[in-house]
Design a protein around this ligand. Structure first.
Ligand SMILES: *Cc1c(COP(=O)(O)O)cnc(C)c1O
Length: 399
């Protein structure tokens, strides 16, 4: 039996261009974003201009992490302690964490077999909240036009969590440009890598002025190039608490060359994704996550469902794959481990029974597709998964 020897957590090295840019910052000693020489815009301010352009947004702010971006977005639109914030039941811990960090309360919405938010459940819960923190979890994008019809009808503001959709779009409009605010992560496992980091985009000048002040601008907001004009800071500069979470020049310096390469990287991710998808499509009892034609996704990770399998059966498949070098993350296991976590393990939020989502989340298997995988690696990974799933047929079918 074939065994896969690659690592699901090995990223590509940074390009020489990025390394040179980092060295230049290190040689300068000017690492703080506002520590600029006369006439120097700084790496952070330039990254913000370039990223805003990339996602067709008016303004951009670079911050310390994706999670910080989410919490800042919630603060910037004025979410108050105790207020309910709608969010998908299937997401990762930084999302409910950002809501809880400002003492607001996540109100979970069911997910569909496409791993996107369930519009019927959203309709039911919409009257209870006026903010939706929409997580494009694992890069699956819901019908954004339909979503906005619902949220607009209910007067709900949408913040998009684009941790897995940087570079993706719906109907040719960039992910992150549908909501009032888009939040991105530049953490190592996302689409551009600075170890930690985040980006906030919006067209709303008041929201951007507030976000900049929140991030800790020390009255240096005039050094921002992707920001509204000075007048918008007249109130924000006195009334906004400083919750330091700026990005530094070093991280911005290594992100700028990566942003230029993003489209090439997306093509490489999707090549790998499609190899796995077409191979697993032929496997009986395994459900592929379908994409809509409007969805231009980034296949930086792969998910499939094993619906109608018991806990023991899925466990056996996960173990079978693992013994052959293919590490699948299983969101349905009893204990959250290795970046997975299920909503019912977030004990800091009020318990909510999510019957529809349980069936789906319990059967999701997930893996990253780092670009260090060759196309041959992807074929082998799909072969191993297919064999393990078919070998462990549901008990009833075995008779
Ligand atoms: C990674 C991630 C974030 C942001 O996380 P940071 O580690 O704080 O950058 C937000 N949402 C989702 C779904 C994520 O996977």
């Amino acid at each position: 039996m074939e065994i896969f020897n690659g690592s699901f957590t090995q990223q590509e090295p940074l390009s020489q261009e990025a390394i040179n840019a980092a060295l230049q910052v290190l040689h300068s000693g000017r690492l703080h974003r506002y520590n600029l020489k006369e006439g120097d815009a700084g790496e952070v301010a330039l990254l913000e201009v370039e990223f805003a352009k990339r996602v067709a947004s008016e303004f951009c702010l670079a911050v310390a992490s994706g999670g910080y971006a989410l919490a800042t977005a919630l603060r910037a639109i004025g979410v108050k302690p105790g207020q309910k914030v709608l969010t998908n039941a299937f997401t990762l811990a930084p999302v409910p964490g950002a809501i809880a960090s400002i003492n607001a309360v996540p109100l979970l919405v069911e997910v569909t077999e496409n791993l996107t938010i369930d519009f019927d459940d959203l309709e039911v819960k919409a009257p209870q909240s006026d903010v939706l923190l929409l997580s494009h979890m694992r890069g699956h994008i819901c019908d954004m036009d339909k979503l906005l019809q619902i949220t607009n009808r209910h007067g709900i503001k949408v913040i998009e969590d684009c941790a897995h959709t940087m570079g993706a779009s719906w109907n040719k409009k960039p992910s992150g440009s549908y909501g009032i605010i888009g939040c991105f992560s530049t953490q190592t496992y996302k689409h551009i890598n600075s170890g930690e980091g985040g980006l906030i985009t919006t067209n709303d000048p008041e929201i951007m002025a507030k976000s900049i002040a929140l991030s800790g601008s020390y009255m240096m907001f005039e050094k921002h190039l992707s920001a509204p004009d000075k007048a918008h800071f007249d109130v924000a500069k006195y009334e906004t608490p400083n919750i330091s979470g700026r990005m530094d020049q070093l991280r911005a310096a290594i992100l700028r060359p990566q942003l230029k390469e993003l489209d090439n990287q997306i093509a490489r991710w999707n090549e790998r994704y499609m190899i796995i998808e077409s191979s697993l499509r032929r496997v009986e009892g395994l459900q592929i996550i379908e994409r809509q034609t409007e969805e231009n996704f980034v296949g930086s990770s792969f998910q499939f469902l094993l619906l109608n399998r018991s806990y023991a059966e899925i466990k056996a498949i996960v173990e079978g794959c693992k013994s052959r070098g293919v590490e699948l993350k299983w969101f349905g296991q009893d204990e959250p481990i290795g970046f997975t976590s299920k909503y019912d393990t977030w004990k800091y939020i009020p318990f909510q029974k999510m019957t529809k989502s349980d069936r789906i989340i319990n059967s999701i298997l997930d893996m990253r597709l780092p670009l260090t995988f060759s196309l041959e690696d992807c074929k082998l990974i799909a072969t191993i998964i297919g064999q393990e799933v078919e070998r462990k047929k549901p008990f009833e079918r075995n008779g």
